[in-house]
Design a binder for this molecule. Structure first.
Ligand SMILES: [Cu+2]
Length: 658
């Protein structure tokens, strides 16, 4: 039996050589995606910006713009009726005569007040959670009202919701629709916002109390604690997050920077510089939570989506208040743009009673809702930050979130009793645990969501080789000993010590996330993302390399859609735990050569990928003979080189600006 298997393997290997180029080939980067990369390439310096943030921005925009070509969730057509009822109801308030500029006018007393999630009273928080849960059970829309509204955040319909000035206005209208739906469940409820500056300022944001059962539930893997536990969606499967990948959030500095600008064009795509670009910064929050939230088509499946966007809307509200103080009318400050779908007088996608510019109207925050300012500053005299879930970071005089009590994985935290009666305890200092920050203690649960199914049997695995180059000036505290004591200048692994070795390395510096830390042990993760281009589906895997060494190698087996009926077209990207991008190489004629990392994987059986993780592994490692297993290089088509060369991975393919 074993021999037959052996024979089959050799036979299929023979076939593989026969049509080796037909199975996997690298193809061009889609021109619209390359345009985005090229723009960033010209405007930003790779030695200062974390490449992964740029990658995520361009991929999100591209996948959204081309969403019509891919699967997206079904939308219950009755939502249109729902929305127009909503709008009619809202108009009643807007048409009321107002004392235009004074705050004493009567309509103000009915304004809904949106508060920060952590500043809600326990009763308010509970009512809000219940309203969201009720929406998920409500059957007025199919498959339930929550999912119907979430599915409406749909690349096929909402073409103009992202990638330009209408991003802000469109989401403002969309949030009101959601909030109205919540209020049909409980008229006292308003949508809270998630001020993620509280997390960003923490040593390790993934340890925030936000990701406990008192708030949004756990952030690692399937959400099985908190108010949204065990939530499922027909097509996306169980609600999933992966907050521990080490991506960065929008922080105090970012908000300050944005609020330092005067005109909307300075904070919106395509004219804003990344420092002040609100849509770009919002993308980082999506990326931080990851899982369903990282892909825009599935994002609204996670209720955090609406709180995240309420925070963006809150920042925009503060920005507009400042504009008014400076004599600018925010409703007229719709940026001029060449992007056709973002023209101010274009009908608003999905809300056809409005034009894009109507999202900028003064009515919404004058007559419908307003915000309560979130506590940000504190001191020794006023350490409370108005919430028992927040604490004062005295060094910066800033409010930050408290950490969850357990320092171990939240999975085990979930096993330990942490009841409501214990709530009072979290006020004590003991609740703060030192962060290890190594990010090695969590794995990734992929959603395996593909074209309307969450099912891993619809996925294949492709082996990817990662070669990591040591980063300059990192110290691992392992020194030469001179005259009986350690010489603590350069550790023995440092290439700087060895002329010949140093000359082999790229002498550059790549931008990182602001809070980029080395683990100290040398172990670090290199992640690989696989974005479906001709299917809906995203996956992530990682390998662990030794960052002490001049070079270190690892393998990742990354899920892609199983190429059954047609070849799968996939864009791969690799990045390290600090957000630095790696450069792709494809194996052609027995050598790795720079390539696009856009692969077409054919529907011919091949040893270059596997139907299961196990198959891919067996194709990659040769167990033949009595010797030590060895990697069969011919079967590893794609490789990434994580070096220090100051070059974007796609640079060889960007056209030069005329
Ligand atoms: Cu959106």
């Amino acid at each position: 039996m074993g021999n037959v298997k052996h024979l089959l393997r050799y036979l299929s290997f023979g076939l593989l050589i026969w049509n080796v180029t037909a199975v996997i080939e690298d193809i061009d980067i889609p021109p619209e995606l390359l345009d985005c990369f090229t723009d960033w390439d010209f405007n930003e310096n790779i030695s200062t910006i974390a490449g992964q943030n740029v990658l995520h921005t361009c991929m999100s925009d591209y996948l959204w713009k081309t969403g019509k070509e891919r699967w997206s969730p079904d939308v219950d057509p009755r939502i249109l009726q729902f929305i127009s009822e909503d709008v009619r109801e809202r108009e009643k308030y807007i048409n009321e005569p107002t004392d235009s500029q004074t705050t004493t006018a009567s309509p103000y007393k009915n304004l809904r007040i949106r508060k920060e999630y952590r500043t809600l009273t326990q009763r308010e928080r509970r009512k809000y959670h219940r309203a969201v849960q009720a929406l998920k059970k409500d059957k007025r829309l199919k498959p339930n009202t929550y999912d119907a509204i979430a599915n409406y955040h749909n690349a096929k319909i909402q073409y103009a919701a992202h990638g330009g000035p209408s991003f802000l206005g469109w989401h403002r209208i969309y949030l009101m629709t959601y909030e109205d739906a919540l209020r049909r469940m409980d008229p006292d409820v308003t949508l809270p916002y998630w001020d993620c500056r509280y997390e960003e300022a923490m040593e390790d944001p993934s340890k925030s109390m936000l990701f406990s059962r008192h708030f949004a539930g756990n952030g690692d893997g399937e959400v099985d604690t908190g108010p949204f536990k065990d939530w499922t969606h027909d097509a996306f499967g169980k609600l999933t997050r992966a907050v521990s990948k080490g991506a960065e959030l929008m922080g105090y500095e970012d908000v300050k920077n944005i609020l330092s600008r005067n005109n909307t064009s300075e904070i919106t795509i395509p004219t804003a510089d990344s420092t002040y670009n609100l849509e770009y910064h919002h993308g980082k929050i999506h990326l931080f939570v990851d899982g369903h939230l990282s892909d825009l088509v599935s994002a609204a499946h996670d209720p955090l989506f609406f709180m995240l966007h309420a925070f963006i809307d809150y920042i925009w509200w503060m920005f507009r208040n400042k504009q008014e103080e400076n004599g600018i009318d925010p409703s007229q400050d719709y940026p001029e743009t060449l992007i056709e779908r973002h023209q101010p007088d274009r009908t608003m996608d999905g809300f056809e009673m409005y034009q894009n510019i109507d999202g900028y109207s003064l009515n919404w925050t004058r007559d419908i809702y307003t915000y309560e300012i979130s506590p940000t500053e504190c001191s020794e005299q006023y350490p409370s930050c108005n919430s028992k879930w927040l604490t004062c970071q005295f060094s910066n005089k800033r409010c930050v979130s408290k950490a969850r009590r357990s320092n171990s994985r939240s999975k085990s935290e979930r096993l330990t009793a942490f009841t409501d009666s214990a709530l009072t305890e979290v006020n004590s200092v003991e609740d703060f645990t030192p962060d290890t920050c190594s990010k090695l203690d969590s794995t990734i649960q992929n959603t395996f969501s593909v074209d309307g199914f969450a099912d891993s049997s619809k996925w294949s695995y492709i082996p990817i080789k990662i070669v990591n180059e040591r980063k300059q000036f990192e110290l691992f505290r392992s020194f030469d000993v001179v005259d009986g004591s350690a010489n603590e200048t350069l550790d023995i692994f440092d290439s700087e010590k060895y002329d010949a070795l140093r000359r082999k390395e790229d002498n550059g510096k790549l931008g990182t996330y602001r809070k980029c830390k080395i683990s100290g042990s040398g172990a670090t993760k290199i992640f690989v993302n696989a974005y479906g281009l001709n299917y809906f589906g995203v996956s992530t895997e990682y390998t662990i390399v030794d960052e002490r060494m001049a070079l270190s190698e690892g393998y990742a087996f990354v899920p892609i859609k199983k190429p059954t009926e047609k070849p799968s077209e996939v864009f791969f990207a690799a990045y390290d735990s600090c957000g630095r991008l790696c450069k792709p190489y494809c194996r052609k004629n027995g050598k790795y050569q720079q390539c696009t990392a856009v692969l077409r994987v054919g529907n011919i059986s091949s040893e270059q990928f596997g139907d299961t993780y196990g198959d891919a592994f067996l194709n990659t490692w040769d167990f033949d003979g009595d010797g030590i297993p060895e990697v069969n290089k011919a079967n590893v088509y794609l490789s990434f080189y994580c070096n220090r060369k100051e070059e974007w991975p796609w640079q060889p393919y960007t056209r030069s600006e005329c």
